[in-house]
Design a binder for this molecule. Structure first.
Ligand SMILES: Nc1ncnc2c1ncn2[C@@H]1O[C@H](COP(=O)(O)OP(=O)(O)O)[C@@H](O)[C@H]1O
Ligand SMILES: [Mg+2]
Length: 232
């Protein structure tokens, strides 16, 4: 059974159709990539899963539960973690408090366990623990955003363009961190415009364009079309 099943999802913003009946499935343990140029509908898909934008049609089922009946704030508790596009950290909160905000309401023992593990993955969280997150570089902020999303130990981790605007050295470090999340058994659904580094992490993917899925399959099957789209 799929952990996440999206069936015929349509999203509209006023008169604009951003997603036109797309279907996507993610099985437990997979790392699935939504790849496509700017405006393809990647963020709309992610934002619909976490409940930030309403669906105009179709269904989103997580762990057997139709999310239409689950309000936004309860979806995190079901086991969905989310790092938004543009890595919006709380700029004045310390690095530690940013990370812990992802485990809000989960109890001290859980928070300590999560923070200990995350500090072993991201040494930055120790080195910069007390620094306001707004003072960090873009790559460092992305690490804080991913750590925050992982702090609840979600079953499904959603990453919206984790490489956006980052230098290659940071893309490498973020990739290594995502690989560790995978190793921990976390199921990942990530979006990217930058197909090349993203294809290295994924097991399977969907190439999106103009609110539709153009091609889906294993990384080998979608590589060519994903890379051709990268330079549009
Ligand atoms: N809040 C919004 N209001 C109106 N149009 C939007 C809004 N958000 C996205 N769109 C439009 O929806 C389409 C898909 O956007 P988006 O999901 O952000 O794509 P991507 O994340 O792949 O760049 C684009 O045409 C975009 O301009
Ligand atoms: Mg986007």
């Amino acid at each position: 059974m799929s952990l996440l099943e999206i069936d015929g999802l349509t999203i509209r913003y006023g008169g604009i159709t951003a997603l036109n009946g797309i279907s996507i499935a993610v099985t437990e343990g997979e790392t699935v990539l939504l790849v496509g140029a700017n405006g393809a509908g990647k963020s709309s898909t992610i934002n619909a899963i976490i409940g930030l934008v309403p669906a105009a049609g179709g269904r989103i089922v997580f762990d057997g539960k139709d999310l239409a009946t689950v309000p936004c704030e309860r979806r995190a508790r079901l086991g969905i973690g989310f790092a938004p596009e543009g890595r919006r950290v709380f700029p004045r909160l310390s690095v530690t408090d940013n990370v812990l905000s992802g485990a809000f309401g989960l109890g001290r023992a859980h928070q300590k366990q999560a923070l200990d593990w995350l500090c072993s993955v991201f040494p930055l969280l120790i080195e910069r623990a007390k620094q306001p997150a707004g003072q960090l570089s873009g790559g460092q902020q992305q690490m804080v955003a991913i750590a925050r999303a992982m702090c609840s130990f979600p079953r499904l981790l959603l990453l919206d363009e984790p490489f956006l605007g980052l230098a290659p050295v940071w893309i490498q470090q973020i990739s290594a961190a995502i690989a560790q999340m995978k190793q921990r058994g976390t199921t990942v659904l990530m979006t990217e415009q930058m197909a090349r580094p993203a294809l290295k992490l994924a097991t399977r993917g969907y190439v999106m364009r103009g609110g539709e899925v153009r091609r889906s399959g294993t990384v080998a099957e979608i590589r060519e079309i994903a890379l051709a789209d990268e330079y549009l």
